[in-house]
Ligand binder design. Structure first.
Ligand SMILES: Cc1c[n+]2nc(N)[nH]c2nc1OC(C)C
Length: 323
């Protein structure tokens, strides 16, 4: 029996490592056919010895019975929305409001603003525990079973050094290619088509049957730390370093995230992402610019529901896609 337990553990760790390499490092480490063989072997062993299946086994992603409704979840810390700017002048005004309040000129962590759904994921002692939609920022829906099916969401954090309770905030989205495939399938079956990847992601995440969610090839990018307990847990001093830490712990982070130290480089980043927008594998509706230094963020604080230290710089609306 020990040999079976060892093989299940080895297969589980191997498959999770391949998932990490594929979804977080963007560097597949084995051919799909080999991955599928390992997965089938693990499924066979777990079918024969269900009591030996491990909590972070990749076979445990698709839940059991469909839910009858979604439970509500009160966020441990409100999930804030972002103020927007729509022009260089408005961005300069944002920058000035920020700079006037700081002793040192701020550097910005710049990120693509994914057109998906904001979610909160809780890891307790490194293990995936619960996921919820943003909802109204204070209360969201418990979509744990659906988020569990997203292959790029780690079921267990990697490495060490993470706090006993860690909330990861990020965007669940449907890559453009997955959106095309989902609509092709719907078209072939004469079903309703999704208008855009954001609606498709929302519709897929709000499924009461997680098997449907699992079939929709959703993806996830982390964009911020949420609650950390104990609050005294040492964290990186800048937002960019915190994102890189999340990546080390196994959470996917967009490779387009970059620190820009002054206005010209922020504006160049905005233009660069706008220029490359159609080539990105996912839909975006702007870039998010955040004061990078955490102490400076705390100096600036929040006004109403949005932080003073961040803004979304939105792109001009894209012409509607005609299906
Ligand atoms: C609401 C939101 C949305 N987004 N999207 C990205 N990329 N970063 C980001 N940060 C957000 O809020 C931070 C201010 C934590």
């Amino acid at each position: 029996m020990q040999a079976i337990q060892d093989e299940i553990k080895q297969l589980t760790d191997q498959l999770n490592q391949h998932n990490y390499r594929y979804y977080v490092d963007d560097a597949p480490s084995i051919p799909d056919v080999e991955y599928d063989r390992l997965m089938r072997r693990l499924q066979a062993l777990e079918a024969e010895y269900p009591e030996l299946a491990l909590g972070d086994s990749p076979t445990q992603r698709v839940g059991g019975e469909a839910l009858s409704k979604f439970n509500q979840v009160t966020h441990l810390k409100p999930m804030l929305s972002l103020d927007n700017v729509f022009s260089e002048e408005e961005f300069n005004a944002f920058y000035k409001r920020v700079d006037d309040k700081l002793a040192e000129a701020p550097a910005f962590c710049c990120e693509p603003k994914l057109d998906g759904l904001a979610v909160s994921i809780l890891y307790r002692d490194g293990v995936f525990e619960r996921a919820a939609t943003r909802g109204d920022g204070t209360v969201g829906e418990d979509i744990t079973e659906n988020v569990r099916t997203i292959k790029s969401v780690p079921l267990r954090l990697r490495g060490s050094g993470f706090p006993p309770l860690l909330e990861v905030r990020g965007e669940v989205f449907m890559p453009k290619a997955a959106f095309e495939a989902v609509n092709d399938k719907a078209r072939a079956k004469g079903e309703k088509l999704f208008v855009n990847p954001r609606n498709a992601a929302a519709g897929s995440l709000r499924q009461l049957d997680s098997k449907i969610t699992a079939s929709r090839s959703l993806a996830f990018y982390a964009y911020a730390l949420g609650v950390v307990e104990p609050e005294t847990w040492p964290l990186a001093a800048s937002h960019f370093e915190q994102l890189m830490q999340l990546k080390e712990w196994g959470c996917p982070v967009s490779s387009e995230v970059k620190v820009c130290a002054d206005i010209p480089s922020v504006l160049a980043y905005y233009q660069d992402i706008l220029t490359r927008r159609s080539e990105l594998a996912y839909e975006i509706d702007g870039v998010v610019l955040k004061v990078n230094d955490i102490a400076q963020q705390q100096t600036l604080g929040f006004v109403a529901k949005a932080p003073r230290w961040a803004t979304a710089y939105k792109f001009p609306a894209q012409e509607e896609i005609t299906l």
